[in-house]
Design a protein around this ligand. Structure first.
Ligand SMILES: NC(=O)N[C@@H](CC(=O)O)C(=O)O
Ligand SMILES: [Zn+2]
Ligand SMILES: [Zn+2]
Length: 452
């Protein structure tokens, strides 16, 4: 077997790679020798290391090096909606976006609520060999919110599930939520909540506010998100468990998470790239590409989530990559499915909204897009420092390049990007997983490891 996964068993077979002129975390340029799946040497003498004999060179002059990105919230649609995305196509999009690991949400068909289904997704990820696909297990059977799924069996399966979520729907029953939080504590798991009080969002189409009023569509009020976050922070504190808040989108939610953290509650939170950049005014053209849960909010909310990400209240940027087939998106607004693509645009949106604005430096980008998601999801070999002896799992980014987003040119099987036609800064040039280049010069490296 070749590729990054076979390499785990026979690390000596990974061809050595000398990465030259890279700037770790945007700092001073240096060389990195990748050998045996780890960073074997750094600095100007890296090429003198014994393992550098016959090493291939990867020119990274001027490129920023970061630990491989980790997405805590991806929808890969397999099994069940392979017309919208597969583990393989989503893995390509992820690698091209600079990711080396993605957490796959369980709202598939069948739902990933048993050891059998999470192991299937895990194996499909290994077979694709481009990123580590880490399945998330459903909290309740069939995501129906009635009784707990076999959380323990998923945790002890080959997929070693640590994150559980009914994403797409909220675990609305507070007793079930309490039981889930208590259950996952045994193996240091975490419940990732889609915070949406369903009674407050019946028929909701977009953010409840001035725009929804003008368009005459039913609104999705901020309080529907905030009520669940407040409740779940109290529950997590009560039982001493870990709670993760998915796609946090309102200023009020930032305040609630900040207060819970200040009082010692074990809560973490993510924000999506689209909630960092876009607002509800996008709905004015009735283009369902902008329909998403939670909905795009207001300028004040965008400012608050950016500030919350900068000050550490929000731990993670997660894509909520949600591919949908053409017929599910190019239709009437109220018939369209919510969700938008994210894997190949996330880093650029973070550069535009957080780096270019001075809110985060590259160390901060590494923290919110790699280190924190790896830690929260329990992936020991991701989000590691770029240092000798650490895994050779990294991304090399051209910070000055600008590119134009075209949905049809993305690797996803779907094209529903909300950033169509936008010029975004920052381009992923190379991605490396355990020493294997998965992306070279912005293209998938043939079959991960072959032809290197
Ligand atoms: N975000 C979305 O609008 N849609 C997601 C589900 C979800 O993340 O809630 C999907 O699966 O399509
Ligand atoms: Zn969700
Ligand atoms: Zn989601």
């Amino acid at each position: 077997m070749t590729g990054p996964n076979g390499a785990e068993d026979r690390v000596t077979e990974v061809p050595a790679l000398l990465v030259t002129g890279a700037r770790p975390y945007g700092e001073e340029p240096t060389d990195l020798l990748l050998a045996g799946g780890v960073i074997a040497a750094t600095g100007p003498d890296a090429h003198r290391h014994p393992a550098a004999d016959g090493a291939r060179r990867l020119d990274a002059t001027g490129l920023v090096a970061l630990p491989g990105l980790v997405d805590l919230h991806t929808h890969l649609r397999e099994p069940g909606r392979e017309d919208a995305e597969t583990v393989e196509s989503g893995s390509r999009a992820a690698a091209l976006g600079g990711y080396t690991a993605v957490f796959a949400m369980p709202n598939t068909d069948p739902v990933a609520d048993t050891a059998g289904v999470v192991e299937q997704v895990y194996r499909l990820g290994r077979d694709a060999g481009l990123v580590d696909v880490q399945p998330i297990g459903a909290v309740t059977v069939g995501r129906r919110g009635e009784r707990l799924a076999e959380l323990g069996a998923m945790a002890t399966s080959a997929a070693r599930v640590r994150v559980f979520s009914d994403d797409g729907d909220c675990v609305a029953d507070p007793l079930l939520m309490r039981r889930a939080l208590e259950y996952v504590k045994a193996f240091d798991g975490v419940v990732a909540q889609h915070a949406e009080e369903p009674r407050l969002t019946v028929g909701a189409q977009l953010h409840e506010g001035e725009v929804s009023g003008r368009l005459g569509m039913t609104g999705w009020p901020a309080v529907a998100e905030e009520a669940i976050i407040a409740r779940d922070c109290l529950l997590a504190a009560h039982v001493g468990s870990r709670l993760h808040v998915c796609h946090l989108s309102t200023a009020g939610s930032v305040g609630l998470v900040a207060a819970a953290k200040a009082s010692g509650t074990r809560v973490t939170a993510e924000v999506t790239p689209h909630h960092l950049l876009l607002t509800d005014v996008r709905a004015e053209g009735y283009d369902p590409v902008f329909k998403v849960n939670p909905p795009l909010r207001t300028d004040a909310d965008v400012d608050a989530v950016r500030a919350g990400l900068a000050d550490g209240t929000i731990d993670v940027v997660a894509t909520d990559h949600a591919p949908h087939a053409v017929q599910d998106k190019e239709c009437e607004w109220d018939q369209a499915r919510p969700g938008m693509l994210g894997l190949q645009t996330a880093l650029s949106v973070v550069v535009a909204t957080m780096v270019r604005t001075g809110l985060l430096d590259w160390r901060g980008v590494a923290r919110v897009m790699s280190e924190a998601p790896a830690r929260i999801g329990g992936l020991a070999d991701h989000g590691r420092p770029l240092a000798e002896g650490e895994p050779a799992t990294l991304v090399l980014v051209d910070p000055d390049a600008v590119w134009t987003v075209r949905g049809t040119e993305l690797a996803s099987r779907s094209t529903n990007t909300p950033f169509e036609g936008m010029e975004l800064p920052g381009r992923v040039v190379h991605t490396v997983l355990r020493g294997w280049p998965t992306v070279v010069d912005g293209r998938i490296a043939a079959a991960a490891g072959v032809g290197v």
